[in-house]
Ligand binder design. Structure first.
Ligand code: FAD
Ligand code: NAI
Length: 476
């Protein structure tokens, strides 16, 4: 078998890898991308965790379950009577699978459009010699590839709790949590992080009694405290039972249910029985079978591929991006790093600004933020001014019937530069973009306050929160 030569080989076709491949191809390189993910029929399913068992299917189910909840609870208020409402979970899951497949197919189309050679199989470093790396591919494709530059974008896997391996029947990772075929009467979730809250919301809306067990004594510690407190209040009102400060003990699967022993925040021993248990306690970098040893690729003490600020590994012309390296495990962070690396390979100056990466939790209401929280500013001794505006006072939110939450601005006390924006409320995922743009351009709160925002729109709450920094809201 002859070796196929490329300028760049990308390992992994998640958001980090496929975007790096496209940008490298745009810059004129010959590019191969290798990914091992298979669909139910064994065919290639590029897109990684994000497309197959992450961002996309979770948002599809969040949307469907929100429609179901609205039909059952808020349509009547709008004068819409829905008689005989009933859940067709099979159809809901089928739609989610269709959305996933549309994204898989979209990426295969983009590979073709950009003349990227795609190989479905597992890639591993086979050798390094004479300024090039040999990569073996095994699976549907069996090939040896050679390239001067290699971009590793192999992503992450769900972290297991010791003694409770995922069986995806009773003890579920994100993969199983997105494919439960009957609504569990009692659902347990360990970890009140992003996945726990999003998946807990999906199944609660569809009828599960959801109990979340969180190890830390604070709720959403990385989120601005005022916003996290508001969100906690809203989720509890919706029926999510969130228990903080739990120390998880034995987890014992039975035939049809699973028992979790834990010590609660008061130090009392508890036992809970669930029909299904989702464990969402973070993710670990995926370097399995990559042949890192073979070429001397260095990992850090936590198993991530060690990289510098430019995503360079210890090996010349080997780069790594996305979940497999330090930094937030977010699809858009992986994409930005993928673009920056392709541009650096081309001798350009690609850049990822970690200070303006937005975070979104797609609960209802959504939580979104960028920049520093109030507690961080206090801890760092930075003098700031804060302004908030509640959606209750926003006309569009009232028309939507979705008035919970607020927008919060934090600005430098002296220069008025925006240091952080935090939102809990309707469409926070979209509203946060204005704040990201403003912060990238080093705008002041006054800049936003003086920009004309369409009426009636949720974005007026952003303008009003900026006005609130100077204590001059107009509608509150
Ligand atoms: P991945 O997407 O994990 O892709 C890695 C790819 O590499 C995989 O296809 C894998 O099969 C392949 N691979 C690994 N090793 C090899 C090998 N040796 N040979 C060949 N192929 C290999 N982030 C957001 O920003 N927004 C969200 O809404 C969001 N929702 C999420 C919901 C859930 C339930 C989960 C689990 C995650 C979510 N994330 C979200 C996080 C997001 O999915 C990740 O940050 C993102 O997928 C990371 O991209 P990546 O390219 O680094 O890795
Ligand atoms: P997470 O880091 O968001 O949350 C994990 C939670 O589990 C934390 O609150 C942590 O304190 C808790 N925990 C850890 N060990 C525990 C233990 N032994 N017992 C009880 N609680 C414990 O991780 P999660 O939810 O698994 O998601 C992984 C990553 O995937 C996220 O950090 C995020 O980067 C990404 N993601 C992003 C989404 C988005 O952008 N909307 C959606 C889903 C996931």
């Amino acid at each position: 078998m002859s070796t196929k030569q490329f300028d760049v080989v990308v390992i992994g076709a998640g958001p980090g890898g496929y975007i790096a491949a496209i940008r490298a191809a745009q810059l004129g390189f010959s590019v191969a991308c290798v990914d091992e993910w298979s669909n139910a029929k064994g065919g290639a399913a590029p897109g990684g965790t994000c497309t197959n068992v992450g961002c996309i299917p979770s948002k599809a189910l969040l949307q469907s379950s929100e429609h179901f909840e609205h039909a059952g609870h808020s349509f009547a208020e709008h004068g819409i009577d829905v008689a005989g409402l009933k859940l067709n979970l099979g159809q809901m899951l089928k739609r989610k699978d269709t959305v996933v497949k549309q994204n898989n197919d979209g990426i295969l189309y983009l590979f073709k459009k950009n003349k990227i050679a795609f190989f479905h199989g597992r890639a591993a470093f086979a050798a390094a010699a004479a300024g090039a790396y040999e990569i073996s591919v095994t699976g549907e494709a069996n090939e040896t590839l050679s390239a001067k530059h290699v971009v590793i974008a192999t992503g992450s896997n769900a972290r297991e709790l010791p003694g409770a391996p995922f069986d995806e029947k009773l003890i579920l990772s994100n993969t199983g949590a997105l494919a439960i075929d009957a609504v569990p009467a009692k659902l347990g979730v360990i970890g009140a992080g992003v996945i726990g809250l999003e998946m807990g919301s999906v199944w609660r809306r569809l009828g599960s009694d959801v109990t979340v067990l969180e190890g830390l004594p604070v709720f959403l510690g990385a989120v601005d405290e005022q916003i996290a407190k508001e969100a906690s209040k809203l989720f509890t009102k919706q029926g999510l039972k969130i228990n903080l400060g739990c120390k998880i003990g034995a987890i014992t699967p039975g035939k049809k249910d699973v028992t979790v022993e834990f010590v609660d925040a008061k130090g009392e021993a508890q036992k809970a029985v669930f029909d299904k248990l989702i464990i969402s306690i973070g993710r670990t970098p995926n370097t399995n079978g990559l042949g890192a040893d073979k070429v001397g690729l260095q990992l850090d003490e936590r198993g991530f591929i060690a990289v510098d600020g430019d995503c360079k590994t210890n090996l010349p012309n080997v780069w790594a991006v996305g979940d497999v390296v330090r930094g937030p495990m977010l699809a858009h962070k992986a994409e930005e790093e993928g673009v920056a690396v392709a541009e650096r390979i081309a001798g350009q100056h690609g850049h990822t600004n970690f200070n303006t990466i937005p975070w979104v939790i797609y609960t209802s209401p959504e939580i979104a933020w960028v920049g520093k929280t109030e507690q961080t500013l206090k801890a760092e001794g930075i003098a700031y001014k804060a302004g908030t505006f509640p959606f209750m006072a926003n006309g569009r939110a009232r028309a939507l019937g979705d008035t919970s939450g607020m927008v919060k601005f934090l600005a430098d006390a002296t220069t008025d530069e925006i240091l952080g924006v935090h939102i809990v409320g309707p469409m926070a995922s979209e509203l946060i973009s204005e704040a990201v743009v403003a912060m990238e351009f080093k705008a002041s709160a006054e800049d936003i306050a003086r920009i004309c925002h369409a009426h009636p729109s949720l974005s007026e709450a952003t303008k009003e929160a900026a006005l609130a920094v100077d204590k001059r809201t107009l509608n509150f």
